[in-house]
Design a protein around this ligand. Structure first.
Ligand code: F6R
Length: 592
């Protein structure tokens, strides 16, 4: 969480910092700030709130050519101007922005206080600024001060650092939080990901853990462990700045919901050439030979894996799914030859990075499935599968879920060289298009739901996996309390929650469980619930509230999830909420 930017340019840096921060506000948005060299001094400007508030508060013209910026998701200390970054060291020699969490910050802070340092904020970042200052006082060299800081502190950090005696340089350091350098015609830049730099840079350098260095107008210096200088290896990115255009949509979430069908199509095009699957042969061999597949993921990605493991079991593989933050502390595999599948839209999720270090010790093959090329999880895996979903800007994941489930269906199909999955996904694309074209009915249902305090989702089997995802979507962007239950579990307790007009949304996709599911819905209806039935056309009753066109049963969630996504979207719209940036959340969860 938290996003950082920095740049040394031959043009005023203000707009790069502000516009850049806006593109990574999804990483956290409770406060924002920049520091810009103005003559010899780094001027710091901060606000509690959004980057837009900072933009409005700043003078339009700030001439400085060198600066750093930050958008925050609070970890240490409440969202406030004092806790907002940049933070200056005691004497003002260093000003820094930080993404990450310093685990031993209390001990380090106490040690500094004994040496006479005092602190304005509650943050771990101010501690780092002062560690660097203290080290500089002893070494007289900023690189040495940073290198020593990297052994003094434990935890995750991506840092951009201004040093007031060198107003044409930005120093940086990185461990376990992402950081990239971008080189463009007008200077060198830094950021937590590519997005801020797409308009100003065309060549990029990925900074790895325990690396540090500096950028100036025409130079980049990098050092690794043992302080050895490193070669600068540039690469390009396929991401385009146009990907950030809203194309007439009022919100990214709506745009991204309606990109579902094109996401499925792109995946099919990338992983099937019309005759055979295009997955890496060595990876396929390892999956085939594995005696257990362990899926690890969080949130929406976990829900996608619940379905994926069903596909893998159907294809003959023993497979288990775990929430990453749980598995990390209680790792388990029943196999001797395990393939671990790490599913992560961002590729930067801290809980998964923790699992990665555990899985590496347990032996086995690591596959990362991600939407983010070059991400930490991708670079550390034996194999990476890209989701090709394009940038997902809205904090609530929509099209990435669709891409995740589709990718797992393709992979399971490839296991037995069963190309019927291609026709099945084509049916999904047609059905999704039809839901997109006919989603007005969901708007009407959203009006009813928007006035409620509690909403329940029910499903059996794969519909339960879907119910979990729809419930998460609703709660995260509408702030309405919502839970999902397997249809059969209801009378074992949760039915006590049902009151008059409580919305209960039931999914029906499977002939095997249809009757049982309808009975469960009658049971809650008899207790006053307002039941909303979302069924597949092959099982539909005339009175069902929303009927989706044909898609094979095992892929039906790829169609019905659009119902859940639209419902959440229109409820949040009705409640006047910030749909793309819901409260308390951040898109890339880089702290545990
Ligand atoms: C919900 C959502 C989150 C993420 C979760 C994992 O809409 O986006 O639940 O799915 O934080 O993130 P990734 O997939 O980046 O590892």
């Amino acid at each position: 969480m938290c996003g950082i930017v920095g740049g040394v340019s031959n043009k005023p840096i203000r707009n790069y910092l502000i516009e850049g921060l806006k593109t990574i506000e999804y990483r956290g948005y409770d406060s924002a700030g920049i520091a810009v060299f103005n003559g010899k001094k780094a001027e710091i400007y901060k606000v509690r709130g959004r980057v837009e508030d900072l933009d409005n508060k700043l003078e339009k013209r700030i001439d400085g050519l060198v600066g750093i910026g930050h958008t925050r998701w609070a970890t240490h200390g409440e969202p406030s101007v004092i806790n907002a970054h940049p933070h200056a060291s005691k004497s003002g020699l260093f000003s820094i922005v930080h993404n990450g969490v310093i685990e031993n910050f209390r001990a380090v802070k106490n040690a500094l206080m004994e040496k006479g340092y005092s602190f304005l904020s509650e943050t771990d970042t101010e501690v780092i600024a002062n560690v660097i200052e203290e080290n500089y006082r002893h070494t007289g060299d900023v690189y040495k001060a940073i290198s020593k800081m990297m052994s003094d502190v434990k935890g995750s950090y991506a840092l951009a650092i201004l040093f007031s005696k060198e107003p044409d340089i930005i120093y940086f350091a990185k461990n376990r939080s992402p950081l990239l350098i971008g080189r463009g015609q007008n200077g060198n830049f830094l950021a937590s990901d590519y997005l801020p730099m797409l308009k100003v840079a065309d060549q990029f350098v990925t900074i790895s853990d325990y690396q540090y260095g500096s950028i100036s107008l025409d130079d980049i210096k990098m050092f690794g462990r043992n302080d050895h200088p490193l070669p600068i290896v540039f690469h390009e990115t396929e991401l385009k700045p146009e990907a950030l255009d809203l194309n007439g949509y009022p919100h990214y979430m709506l745009k991204e919901i309606e990109e579902a069908d094109s996401c499925v199509k792109l995946l099919v095009d990338n992983y099937y050439d019309g005759k055979s699957f295009l997955f890496d042969k060595e990876m396929m061999r390892q999956i085939k030979e594995a005696d257990n597949i362990v899926f690890l993921a969080c949130g929406t990605s976990y829900h996608a894996c619940l379905l994926g493991s069903r596909f893998f079991r159907k294809a003959g593989k023993i497979s288990d799914v775990y929430i990453a933050s749980e598995w990390a502390y209680n790792p388990y595999t029943s196999g001797k030859k395990t393939v671990y599948i790490f599913m992560s839209q961002s590729g930067e999720t801290a809980d998964l990075i923790h699992c990665l270090s555990v899985a590496k010790k347990m032996d086995g093959t690591i596959i990362t499935i991600t939407n983010t090329q070059g991400s930490t999880l991708s670079r550390s895996a034996d194999h990476t599968l890209l989701l090709y979903a394009g940038i997902e800007v809205a904090v609530a994941s929509t099209k990435a879920y669709v891409a995740q489930v589709s990718a797992l269906a393709l992979l399971a199909g490839a296991l037995n060289d069963d190309a019927s999955v291609i026709a099945d996904l084509e049916a999904v694309i047609a059905a999704q298009q039809s839901v997109i074209d006919n989603h007005d009915k969901i708007k009407n249902l959203a009006s009813f739901v928007s006035g409620k305090n509690d909403v329940y989702f029910l499903g059996r089997g794969l519909d339960y996996d879907l119910a979990l995802e729809c419930s998460l979507k609703l709660k995260e962007i509408t702030y309405i309390h919502s839970e999902a239950f397997p249809g059969g579990e209801l009378k074992h307790g949760p039915i006590a929650l049902i009151e008059k007009d409580t919305p209960v949304i039931g999914f029906i996709s499977d002939a095997k469980t249809e009757l049982a599911m309808r009975s469960n819905l009658h049971e809650v209806e008899a207790r006053g619930a307002r039941v909303i039935v979302v069924s597949s056309i092959t099982l539909a009753h005339p009175e069902d509230d929303f009927v989706v066109p044909y898609a094979p049963k095992y892929l039906s969630s790829l169609v019905k999830v659009l119902f859940g996504q639209y419902l959440a979207y229109y409820v949040a719209l009705k409640r006047g909420l910030n749909i793309d940036k819901p409260r308390n959340l951040a898109k890339s969860v880089t702290v545990e």
